[in-house]
Design a protein around this ligand. Structure first.
Ligand code: PLP
Length: 371
């Protein structure tokens, strides 16, 4: 849905210069470009430690390993998310314990979190879905009460804020993806872990290189989760333009919002955020188009990584999608199946009514990012 060639056109010269710099340096993995990028992005986010890693999925795995999650542990996370969130828990032999979604922003229902905590709970992963932060205060309060670390999966939400606080700075650790379609996308793969905790940062740096501080002397079992010099060099170029790129996303989203109201009679489903569950029903005539709701009212707090509408009623979303395809408009479904409905998590097949409906009714529309 994204024209990446057009998006990169204004930076083409800078990207080619970055490529030549790395080519001529002869350093290709974990070198000065990665170090400089880590410094730049830490300053941009406003966090003391930022560790560049292979991708956003591995960033989650590393964050979980750093807080000691392993076989038999339970980790609470939303069911309506990209697979990597729950997948990272299972990759370590743990069990993801799912929570339903809020009707407003589709993020994790904070009011249902406490009920999921048990003796085996090791951590909570919050996802800032589609570029918008979850309602962090009630989540952080529950975590604090139970002494649990919070990992913010901010893969889609670099630059998003909750009450002025940047995504990836509110929990114990934050994780990001630099997949090409993300707010800061590279020309390949990349990821990041952020934290205020120096000891956790040190642990992640070691886990990134097979658990060794000193080469060939392994204190723990890690893996190869290194970020490449080329990707870091490209990311440094794109980071310089990130503020204006985010502004463009925000403006495009506002424009699309107005146009859908005028042309499709799309409606805003709520007056205020219902992350806590009150007044959360969206009973609407089948075929009603619901606009994406921003729980965070400040300009630029929602980063619009995806512009996701909801079409109420069985089969109505798919019918609209087919019609748009016939008109040459590409759309995407994020996500057609929640995690509790996946074959590989079949032991968790409980009823999560909101997430179940979202999987049937949401539709991501293209927004223009070119200047
Ligand atoms: C919420 C979420 N978490 C994790 C990831 C994984 O990131 P990556 O594709 O860089 O591994 C993604 C990527 O789409 C994501 O959307």
């Amino acid at each position: 849905m994204l024209d990446l060639v057009a998006e990169h056109a204004p930076y083409r010269g800078e990207l080619l210069a970055a490529f030549e710099r790395v080519l001529d340096s002869g350093r290709f993995v974990l070198g000065p470009e990665v170090e400089a990028f880590e410094r730049d992005i830490a300053a941009w986010i406003g966090v003391p430690h930022a560790i560049g890693v292979s991708n956003g999925s591995d960033a989650l795995l590393l964050a979980l390993q750093a807080v000691g999650a392993g076989p038999g542990d339970e980790v609470i996370c939303p069911t309506y998310t990209f697979f990597a969130t729950a997948g990272a828990v299972a990759r370590l032999g743990g069990k993801p314990v799912f929570v339903d979604s809020a009707e407003c922003c589709y993020n994790m229902r904070a009011d249902q979190l406490a009920d999921k905590i048990g003796p085996k709970t090791k951590a909570i992963i919050v996802v800032h879905l589609f570029g918008q932060c979850a309602d962090m205060d009630p989540i952080l309060a529950v975590a604090k009460k139970h002494g649990l670390p919070v990992i913010e999966d901010a893969a889609q939400a670099l630059g998003a804020k909750d009450k002025g606080r940047q995504a990836g700075t509110m929990g114990t650790l934050g994780t990001f993806s630099f997949f090409p379609t993300k707010n800061l996308g590279t020309l390949g793969e990349g990821g990041l872990v952020t934290t205020k905790d120096a000891a956790l940062a040190e642990k992640i740096r070691m886990l990134r290189v097979h658990g060794a501080k000193q080469k060939y002397f392994h204190e723990m079992i890690g893996g190869n989760f290194r970020l490449h010099e080329l990707q870091a060099a490209f990311l440094r170029v794109k980071l310089k333009h990130l503020d204006s790129a985010l502004q463009r996303r925000w403006k495009s989203a506002q424009k699309l919002m107005r146009s859908l109201q005028e042309k499709w009679n799309a409606i805003m489903p709520f007056d205020s955020c219902v992350c806590q569950g009150e007044g959360a029903s969206v009973e609407q005539k089948p075929g009603t188009i619901l606009l994406p709701f921003s729980c965070h009212s400040g300009q630029g707090e929602h980063t619009w990584n995806q512009f996701v509408i909801r079409v109420t009623g069985k089969g109505k979303r798919d019918a609209l999608r087919e019609k748009l395809a016939r008109d040459g408009i590409q759309t995407e479904v994020y996500y057609p199946r929640a995690m509790h409905e996946q074959d590989c998590f079949s032991s968790q097949r409980k009823n999560f009514p909101i997430a179940g409906n979202l999987a049937q009714e949401t539709l991501a529309l293209p927004i223009s990012l070119t200047p």
